[in-house]
Design a protein around this ligand. Structure first.
Ligand SMILES: *Cc1c(COP(=O)(O)O)cnc(C)c1O
Ligand SMILES: [Zn+2]
Length: 399
């Protein structure tokens, strides 16, 4: 069953629908799972389909690249410096290098269930990279709309290379989403942005994996970057489903981090407002979260409120510093948007919002190679020397 999150109107799973016909609000898929003991999931392959009882599509027809089951790394050094217990969930290790693969696996499986033949999305980059790959695997035609000139190189390469029809539009992500949504409502394609609630069903498995990885315990807090706000909503849905199933008792404080000039949700939380005010011209170096009008803001605001969580902003400089800090202290290479979670964590510890000794999980959402230009610009150029051991000896002596 698909249900409107605002007025409760219900729709059949087979209906292609993105917003409520009664009130225009966004939708969610109701998962009805009963009597599945949690040891059902042991000794299954480490991917999202391990939790197939909770995924509302036909798992026998799955379109999968073995997504999910990502590394869960304890970060002793950063944890010690911040006085907390820190794990990082490394979503860059998914097949196309971001968590979007979890959503696209379920989303393209749903497309096959529905019998559609063309899918599409608007994207800041990773959604298109992922959809392009999953559409190729599913044998679906695919069209993606990108803000022209604003997509990181690695993501653009992926979208193009897997064979999607790529459009660079004159406008930002919010404009691209409006345009593709119109095409979807006109019946031209099946939309796989996170307004499609089936995509979030794939992404909720991040929440499942975190509590499972911790031995059926909830961390005190989950910190993640927030753009269109689908992921924070999805993770919270996953967590509450596992709580309601009796697998865990406690739930984490959902903590969303936004870039300071693309922060409608963090601004609303800070001003104790229930509804966001869209940001007209969002800006940040972290292109994956350069979004002014988050589609899932109502769900995200609820997740933050219900979980007793919070939201915070960080500057581009803080993001770049955190990206390098994580790479050089823990060996985990992430793209700028992902580093917002680390930057936000640091800021919240310094502000005293996060208590010493808290058990925190940061979700780092995408791989460093997604945005190679940023990685290169943030680093020292290679030293040009002759192929002579003496020339190199001098330098490494002083490392
Ligand atoms: C999509 C994406 C985000 C933002 O996720 P939302 O669900 O839009 O809030 C953050 N980081 C990366 C790397 C992404 O690809
Ligand atoms: Zn409604």
């Amino acid at each position: 069953m698909i249900r409107c999150i605002s007025c409760g109107e219900e729709y059949e799973d087979e209906k292609i629908i993105y917003t409520c016909e009664k009130c225009g609000s966004i939708l969610e898929v109701e998962t009805n799972v009963e009597n599945v003991p949690r040891d059902t999931f042991e000794n299954r392959r480490q991917n999202i389909w391990k939790y197939k009882e909770f995924l509302p599509v036909n798992a026998d027809n799955r379109i999968s690249l073995d997504e999910g089951g990502t590394p869960f790394c304890k970060c002793e050094k950063i944890g010690k410096q911040l006085g907390i217990d820190l794990y990082v969930k490394v979503e860059g290790s998914n097949p196309t290098g971001s968590f979007k693969d979890r959503g696209m696996s379920v989303g393209t499986t749903k497309a096959i269930d529905l019998g559609v033949n063309i899918v599409g999305c608007a994207s800041t980059g990773n959604t298109s990279a992922s959809l392009s790959a999953y559409a190729a695997r599913a044998g679906l035609k695919c069209a993606v709309l990108l803000p022209s000139g604003k997509v990181a190189l690695g993501k653009l390469a992926q979208a193009m290379f897997h064979g999607a029809k790529v459009f660079g539009i004159d406008g930002n992500f919010d404009d691209a989403l409006k345009t593709i949504t119109q095409l979807a409502l006109d019946g031209e394609l099946y939309l796989l942005n996170s307004i499609n609630p089936f995509r979030l069903e794939g992404q909720k498995t991040i929440g499942y994996e975190i509590v499972h990885d911790l031995g059926w315990q909830s961390p005190d807090r989950i910190v993640l970057p927030v753009g269109n706000a689908g992921n924070i909503s999805a993770i919270w849905k996953g967590i509450t489903e596992f709580r309601d199933a009796g697998y865990i008792k406690d739930t984490p404080m959902m903590t969303g981090i936004q870039a300071v000039n693309s922060a409608p949700i963090a601004n609303a939380v800070k001003n104790s407002e229930d509804v966001i005010t869209p940001v007209e011209n969002p800006e940040t170096i972290a292109t994956a979260i350069r979004i002014g009008a988050p589609v899932s803001s109502i769900k995200a605001m609820r997740a933050i409120k219900e979980s007793n969580g919070t939201a915070e902003t960080v500057t581009d400089d803080e993001i770049l510093a955190a990206q390098q800090y994580l790479a050089r202290n823990e060996g985990i290479g992430v793209e700028p948007a992902s580093a917002a979670s680390i930057a936000g964590l640091k800021k919240l510890v310094e502000l005293g919002e996060i208590d010493k000794g808290e058990h925190v999980v940061c979700v780092v959402t995408g791989h460093v190679l997604k945005d190679p230009n940023i990685a290169i610009e943030s680093s020292e150029d290679p030293i040009k020397v002759s192929a002579d051991p003496d020339a190199i000896r001098k330098v490494i002596k002083n490392l």
